[in-house]
Design a protein around this ligand. Structure first.
Ligand SMILES: *[C@@H]1O[C@H](CO)[C@@H](O)[C@H](O)[C@H]1NC(C)=O
Ligand SMILES: *[C@@H]1O[C@H](CO)[C@@H](O)[C@H](O)[C@H]1NC(C)=O
Ligand SMILES: *[C@@H]1O[C@H](CO)[C@@H](O)[C@H](O)[C@H]1NC(C)=O
Ligand SMILES: *[C@@H]1O[C@H](CO)[C@@H](O)[C@H](O)[C@H]1NC(C)=O
Ligand SMILES: *[C@@H]1O[C@H](CO)[C@@H](O)[C@H](O)[C@H]1NC(C)=O
Ligand SMILES: [Zn+2]
Length: 496
């Protein structure tokens, strides 16, 4: 009896041990299968890259671990306004700053520089301001005080004692002490956001400022180790002191000169190109006119104007389907389509279903595609067609689509190997700089603890391969990137 009992116990122990070994093997197999789908998982790393990878994953793990133990210490679960300064002390952030990130493929021409640079522009000479009765601020440069509607900004600074500097700053940024109170809903955030666009318009459209602002935007990208950009531009307009107005191809001409000068100053910079992106709301009435503008600017600068998009809050209507009948004409002009689509929390509304139009219209990339994971069938189609998704997490948080970055839907897309590139959208307005803030949030909050250098490398490579660079330009860009990448790997190994 006793012996049978012992035998039984031994048998049970044997089974338990064995099953649990099998169980663990099976679990690991599933984890491995799952990981294989993640962006970059199939990349082969060199020996040096493997060492850098170990360093990066170990720093990542320890930063995550301290957040896991005390969520107050985890920046990426909080609002960007509260963490944008403290992020800088993260070693992962510092590494990401150094990392050659390739290109920036989702950024708007009005929001290219740091917030501080934008604010500094208000100290320029001959700048006048007008404050409407409802508190809206506009800027304009004039040779002298000729209009009663405008007051010299330097004089306002001297005479207006009621916290004028604070007021001024608040008109140039969405950043607030308590963002959730300042912008309780998406609508509040968008309304403030659009207010900034109209405020900065007269400031940065002044030709000398326009040139400096663009130059500075490129400089900040380069300092952040981004060497190429595709910039959405809306309302191609500039003016000078004599009141001369520059439109459309003339404005692209101004950009072209700045790019040339910038590349002379920084020969390692690959360049910048433009996506013509009229506002979906204003364009509908005069879509033919906008198509003509697109035709003209592309004819004048075919190598710089690479595509077409529509911008503006999608929930406010004017869905892509309104424009379908015009797409043939746009296609005939050439270039690619890069639609903003699915930048919404709503499910099954037009803004959400814009995603289907973007795919059917053969968009080369989709801006945000925030709602895409809710449509697994469409996700498959996006993968099949090799359409890239431009993920801009800080923008989505600031514009109230998501609170905690860990819940950002692109986490699912990246784990599922949807081709993703990271964009910054309008960094000036929320106090981000370059691309590193968005990359940091993506890496720390939106990928697995186990995800490391392969992912980062693939993101950088995606930003080049899903760009509109042609064969020769791409060759040059990749060559430059490889030089920078090898240097970066050396840096990580030496420094950490
Ligand atoms: C803005 O101006 C301040 C004061 O002149 C200067 O210290 C700072 O470097 C400037 N920042 C930028 C980004 O130009
Ligand atoms: C000044 O503002 C008023 C009211 O907004 C407008 O009617 C007028 O045309 C403006 N004058 C100039 C010179 O801009
Ligand atoms: C500009 O002109 C208006 C009207 O003539 C005057 O009230 C205002 O003080 C002037 N501002 C400056 C800065 O000269
Ligand atoms: C003075 O500044 C306040 C904001 O601090 C602003 O509301 C007000 O319109 C300004 N006054 C004038 C005359 O510009
Ligand atoms: C999109 O691409 C497919 C396959 O290349 C083609 O059959 C279709 O006509 C294209 N649609 C548009 C709107 O360009
Ligand atoms: Zn955008």
């Amino acid at each position: 009896m006793e012996i049978t009992m012992i035998k039984l116990i031994l048998l049970l122990a044997y089974l338990l041990k064995h099953t649990s070994a099998d169980y663990r093997t099976e679990k690991n197999r599933l984890i491995e299968l799952d990981r294989e789908r993640t962006i970059g998982s199939k990349l082969h790393l060199t020996e040096k890259e493997n060492r850098a990878n170990e360093i990066i994953t170990s720093l990542k793990t320890s930063e995550l671990q301290s957040g896991f133990e005390d969520p107050n210490k985890f920046p990426s679960s909080q609002h960007f306004f509260d963490i944008r300064k403290t992020i800088r002390i993260s070693r992962i952030f510092q590494i990401i700053q150094k990392l050659p990130k390739g290109s920036s493929l989702h950024i708007h021409s009005f929001a290219l520089t740091s917030q501080e640079y934008l604010y500094n522009l208000t100290f320029r000479e001959n700048l006048y301001a007008s404050i409407s009765s409802s508190g809206e601020l506009s800027f304009r440069f004039f040779p002298s005080n000729t209009s009663t509607n405008w007051s010299s900004l330097s004089q306002l600074r001297r005479t207006n004692r009621s916290n004028f500097e604070e007021f001024l700053k608040s008109k140039l940024t969405l950043v607030r002490e308590d963002p959730r109170k300042s912008y309780p809903t998406v609508e509040d955030a968008w309304s403030a956001f659009q207010g900034i666009f109209s405020t900065v318009n007269g400031l940065i459209s002044f030709k000398p400022v326009f040139e400096d602002f663009f130059y500075q935007g490129l400089k900040e990208l380069r300092e952040d180790n981004v060497k190429y950009a595709e910039i959405r531009c809306t309302g191609l307009y500039a003016y000078d002191m004599k009141g001369k107005v520059y439109r459309d191809e003339e404005v692209i001409g101004i950009y072209a000169k700045v790019i040339k000068r910038f590349r002379r100053d920084y020969p390692d910079f690959v360049g910048a190109k433009f996506i013509y992106a009229p506002h979906r709301k204003f364009v509908r009435a005069n879509i033919d006119e906008e198509i003509e503008v697109y035709r003209r600017i592309r004819k004048a600068y075919p190598e710089l104007v690479v595509g077409f998009d529509l911008v503006g809050q999608e929930d406010k209507g004017y869905p892509l389907s309104d424009f379908v009948t015009h797409i043939e004409k746009i296609r005939d002009i050439g270039g690619n389509l890069y639609f903003h689509a699915g930048e919404t929390d709503w499910f099954g509304f037009e803004s959400d279903e814009n995603l289907f139009d973007a795919v059917l219209l053969n968009a080369t990339r989709i801006g945000h595609a925030f709602a895409l994971p809710k449509h697994p069938g469409l996700v498959e189609e996006v993968k099949r067609r090799g359409i890239a998704v431009e993920v801009c997490p800080i923008s989505n948080q600031v514009l109230e689509l998501v609170g905690d970055f860990r819940n950002h839907p692109a986490a699912v897309m990246m784990a599922d190997g949807v081709p993703v590139v990271v964009g910054s959208d309008d960094p000036s307005f929320w106090g981000a700089e370059g691309l590193s803030h968005d990359w940091y949030v993506v890496f720390m909050a939106m990928t697995s603890r186990r995800t490391g250098l392969r992912f980062l490398k693939q993101l950088a490579l995606n930003s080049l391969s899903y760009s509109s660079l042609d064969g020769k330009e791409m060759g040059r860009a990749l060559e430059q990137w490889k030089v920078d990448w090898d240097e970066f790997i050396e840096f990580v190994i030496k420094r950490y």
